[in-house]
Ligand binder design. Structure first.
Ligand SMILES: C[S@@+](CC[C@H](N)C(=O)[O-])C[C@H]1O[C@@H](n2cnc3c(N)ncnc32)[C@H](O)[C@@H]1O
Length: 212
């Protein structure tokens, strides 16, 4: 069967979402650059994966403003995409094990290749169910997938936040106009201590503490 010459462009729906397990949009790799403090990385991104046109501003804020990761232990990047947060954490904490978790298979493949190129063998890219259930985290860093909708986002946080070690913190970056303040309020109703660490360029960095 031949491909029609004047195939109409894919509709927004056909292009899918960055959180689809297998992106429908054809691959078109692209190199992006991350500079955050002492970390400089060249990363491969792709269509069908969040931030394919360049490092997200929220991601950059998180890496610039959140506290340094603990030196050891298991650390989670929840919703890792092609790995900018996970790999930067791995550079900053070479003795820690960084779990880069995502549902998007293309994102996970990119994270694996990017971690190898960045010489950060302490990154493990995994689907959510591939993380051993007993693993507890010394910290969680996330630019969470707010576009999945409020209920799935809450479900995601309820699944992972209880896996913080006692006294450990999660750092979430959320755009103010995408509901950072209502997310903070909701987290408080779940029994978490929530501090607004920084508010800059329309993004909030929330510190969520596991004391319940
Ligand atoms: C806002 S993006 C951030 C990506 C990357 N950390 C960055 O900073 O560029 C959120 C990511 O969460 C992923 N995601 C969506 N639902 C998820 C789920 N249930 N579990 C884990 N990751 C999920 C998406 O596929 C997406 O890659």
């Amino acid at each position: 069967m031949s491909i029609p010459k004047n195939r109409p462009p894919l509709s927004r729906h056909a292009k899918g979402h960055y959180f689809d397990p297998l992106p429908a949009v054809p691959s078109k790799p692209r190199t992006v650059f991350l500079h955050a403090g002492e970390v400089s990385l060249e990363l491969q991104a792709d269509r069908g994966v969040f931030g394919s046109r360049g490092i997200d501003l929220g991601t950059l804020q998180l890496l610039n403003e959140a506290p340094k990761p603990p030196e050891q232990g298991d650390i989670l990047d929840l919703g890792a995409g092609y790995g900018p947060i996970a790999i930067a954490l791995a550079r900053r904490a070479p003795k820690a094990r960084i779990w880069a978790v995502d549902v998007n298979e293309r994102a996970l493949e990119l994270t694996r290749a990017n971690a190898e190129a960045a010489k950060t063998p302490n990154v493990t890219a995994a689907l959510p169910d591939e993380v051993p259930p007993g693993t507890r985290f010394a910290a969680i860093y996330s630019n969470p997938p707010v576009r999945v909708g409020k209920a799935p986002l809450h479900e995601l946080l309820v699944k992972w936040l209880p896996r913080l070690d006692e006294g450990a913190s999660a750092y979430l970056v959320v755009q103010r106009n995408l509901g950072s303040d209502s997310l903070a309020e909701w987290l408080k109703t779940q029994g978490y201590d929530v501090k607004r660490l920084k508010s800059k360029k329309g993004y909030r960095i929330l510190e969520v503490n596991s004391h319940r």
